[in-house]
Ligand binder design. Structure first.
Ligand code: HEM
Ligand code: HEM
Length: 184
């Protein structure tokens, strides 16, 4: 089947993604040490700034960066997952429905973790805020693993290198494939 190269992820999306992955990882690695507290706080603010930018870009960015191209309801998520387990995978050029939901959760958790970190740092709220901050960061870490597992599984199922696409910005799609719905 004819395949064509499609530009999917614009530069801001790719920069956002890899900077987010790096700053989240860095914030996690520096979390426990008093010595690196300033670094931790700076990386935490970086996470917050990146997410704020991405929320804006979700409305003014290029086609696949926009939320409207990956705003899926629960039915679409169930249908997509069903298509995977029955070996009749639905193809999406942009984010697939299941991946999109993990992305929403990651974005919300980044905001919640960052806000709780800010409160902890500025002694707002009680001791529970500190525990909440740590708990939210751990839930987010778990979801990052789910996200990476999802990327690996869908790369295998769709026989496309999604990680490479998040680096170069391009994906290969079949000619019958279309943008925001199941392709074939
Ligand atoms: C470590 C923390 C990470 C976080 C917080 C994170 C978060 C995200 C978010 C928010 C998106 C949506 C991108 C957008 O539309 O702007 C995304 C997409 C993506 N991420 Fe990550 N990510 C992380 C690590 C990784 C790693 C290590 C990989 C590679 C194995 C990866 C591969 C991808 C890919 C391939 C996509 C695009 C998925 C698709 O084609 O729909 N991510 N990630
Ligand atoms: C959004 C990314 C962030 C992640 C993943 C993260 C993660 C964590 C984790 C896991 C801990 C617990 C460390 C431990 O005691 O075992 C922690 C502690 C802490 N974080 Fe964050 N954090 C983030 C953002 C922030 C921000 C934005 C601030 C401040 C503005 C902040 C301030 C703190 C402080 C002050 C502590 C020490 C709490 C204590 O005294 O035990 N964090 N962070």
């Amino acid at each position: 089947m004819a395949r064509m190269r499609v530009f999917v992820w614009d530069v801001p999306v790719r920069l956002f993604h890899w900077l987010l992955a790096a700053s989240f990882t860095g914030a996690f690695l520096t979390a426990e040490s008093e010595r690196y507290r300033d670094v931790h706080v700076a990386l935490g603010y970086t996470v917050l700034g990146l997410v704020a930018f991405r929320l804006l870009w979700a409305f003014v960015g290029t086609r696949y960066a926009r939320l409207s191209s990956f705003a899926f309801g629960p039915r679409a998520v169930v249908d997509y997952l069903e298509s995977i387990v029955t070996f009749r995978p639905q193809h999406y050029v942009g984010h697939n429905p299941a991946g999109s939901w993990v992305i929403y959760a990651l974005v919300v958790l980044a905001l919640v973790t960052g806000a709780a970190g800010y409160a902890t740092y500025n002694d707002i709220g009680g001791h529970w805020v500190e525990d909440f901050h740590e708990g939210a960061a751990n839930v987010m870490l778990t979801l990052v693993f789910v996200h990476i597992a999802g990327v690996v599984v869908s790369s295998l199922v769709h026989r496309e290198n999604l990680v490479k696409a998040m680096v170069t910005g391009y994906k290969w799609v079949t000619r019958s494939g279309h943008a925001s719905g199941p392709a074939d």
